[in-house]
Design a protein around this ligand. Structure first.
Ligand code: GLN
Length: 490
């Protein structure tokens, strides 16, 4: 196996034993990026110089005989909505083409302290709105399993970078599924932590009551280690809180015998591809064979979750994105006759069609005459979705569903129909609405039109109980080898 294909755990072992240096590991990733990213387009920028310099300093530490932490010297890719001081952060938007971050996001400063190497920033749907990474102002990312297909989104660049072994692990953000759905499409592991488990400080805000930062990795074990490295309360983010378990990776290997796993009947909808249903049902058999007790449950508000999401999310977008007006933030349009025209032209030129659509929808539902009919009602139903989960978690320890109703689709196949793309989020948005954690793992492959495509499923857990879903996912990966399959470009 080549160095760039290693997991965090394997790379850490190799560094500790001095089988290779952090510099060699980083160089291997950078060389592989050079070799394949022309095809994949996972990265918007590659920070080779600073990556090598950070790797060098980890090597010096090792040479001095100092102990290194698990994330030290690990080359990671970062979704381009997270600020790294002094580097360009575009959020996939033309509006921020020239924006240089003036401070580090909390997750970045935490990782910097631990010696993590940042390879560069990854592609995404503009401001993280989308499910295919086709809404990026910088062109789409391609799925490493079949380059004619999308990697999912919005964190498509980070998912593809892990699937193509263009990094050891990556960070993404998930507002309605943007970690779990691309993880599913690309056959990698992705964790959306509980709302508040990871500080959002330095994440370009999209829908603040739903946004969470989380890791992409090659295994559940890596995802747990990465999560432990970034979580925790932060005075800069008043919604952040302490996780229930100090170190989730320590209990990862505890058996799951007796664990109660719920399977909601609402997820077997007509739109679900039968091949995905079969894989998820097979996975449940595997979990049963490990001693889990799989039971049918009901989440009656599931059919409304998508509607709630597509009212609340655009409403928050319209408020958060008001700052990108060419004056406070963003590229300013040239040659305008007055202030009003300057605002409208800057936003017209700087923001893509989907972003403008959501701003308009959000402004509409927040407008005086419509607020009660849409926004207020959506908030009321949000509470019902929360209660659904609270009820379910009285009887089960975690819930399993598919990550998406369909397999990775072709670039361009759905881009002309926003509703088709919104339907992709049917299984993922509820977790954000309720704030509960979700872990996506590969659970099979499908042969479609000559392509070998990954299938994903997710474990949902109680608030701040990442420990249980990680333990279930770890046990599942010990019993299966879907996650060890490598894409042709890895
Ligand atoms: N696909 C969803 C959307 O378009 C979710 C995006 C996300 O989680 N960032 O809004």
């Amino acid at each position: 196996m080549s160095l760039h294909q290693l997991t965090i755990t394997e790379a850490h072992e190799g560094l500790r034993k001095k089988d290779f240096s952090a510099r060699e590991l980083t160089d291997a990733c950078l060389e592989h990026i050079n070799a394949v990213d022309g095809d994949v387009h996972a990265y918007l920028s590659v920070h080779d110089e600073s990556a090598r310099a950070h790797a060098q300093s980890v090597d010096e530490k090792i040479a001095r005989g100092e102990e290194i932490g698990i994330m030290a010297g690990i080359p990671c890719a970062i979704k381009d909505v997270l600020l790294i001081e002094g580097t360009r952060t575009t959020a996939g938007s033309k509006m921020l083409e020239h924006y240089q971050a003036s401070y580090d996001a909390t997750v970045i400063s935490k990782l910097k302290k631990q010696g993590t190497v940042f390879l560069g920033k990854t592609n995404l749907d503009e401001f993280a709105m989308g499910t295919s990474t086709e809404n990026s102002a910088y062109g789409p990312t391609h799925n490493p399993w079949d380059l004619s297909r999308v990697p999912g989104g919005s964190s498509g660049g980070s998912a593809a970078a892990v699937a193509a072994s263009e990094c050891i692990a990556a960070l993404g953000s998930d507002t309605g599924g943007s970690i779990r759905q691309p993880a599913g499409f690309c056959g990698v592991t992705g964790l959306k932590p509980t709302y508040g488990a990871v500080s959002r400080y330095g994440l370009i805000a999209m829908a603040s009551s739903l946004d969470q930062i989380g890791p992409f990795a090659k295994t559940v074990e890596d995802a747990a280690l990465f999560f432990d490295a970034i979580k925790g309360p932060d005075p800069h983010d008043s919604s952040s809180a302490a996780a229930r378990t100090e170190q989730t990776h320590q209990s990862l290997k505890n058996p799951i015998a007796g664990m109660k796993i719920g399977i909601p009947k609402e997820c077997f909808i007509d739109a679900l591809d039968p091949v995905i249903e079969k894989s998820v049902r097979d996975a449940l058999e595997v979990l049963k064979s490990l001693g889990a007790d799989v039971v049918d449950i009901e989440l009656p508000t599931t059919p409304y979750a998508l509607s709630v999401y597509y009212i609340i999310q655009p409403a928050e977008v319209s408020a958060n994105l008001a700052r990108f007006d060419g004056m406070r933030y963003g590229t300013r349009a040239a040659w305008t006759k007055d202030l009003a025209e300057m605002y409208s032209k800057s936003r017209q030129e700087g923001l893509g069609a989907e972003t403008r659509r959501r701003i308009i929808l959000g402004t509409y539902t927040l407008a005086a005459g419509y607020y009660d009919a849409y926004y207020k009602k959506a908030q009321a139903v949000r509470e019902l979705v929360r209660r659904d989960f609270a009820n379910a978690f009285r009887t089960v320890d975690c819930i399993v569903t598919p990550t998406s109703p369909s397999l990775a689709f072709h670039i361009g196949e759905k881009s002309s129909d926003p509703l088709q793309l919104y339907l992709e989020d049917v299984f993922t948005v509820s977790a954000n609405i309720a704030g509960v954690p979700g872990l996506a793992v590969p659970c099979g492959f499908a042969e479609k039109d000559g392509a070998h495509l990954p299938i994903g499923m997710q474990f949902l857990g109680r608030h701040f109980d990442e420990e249980t879903i990680l333990r279930a996912g770890y046990a599942y990966q010990q019993a299966t080898d879907w996650h060890t399959q490598k894409s042709p470009l890895s």
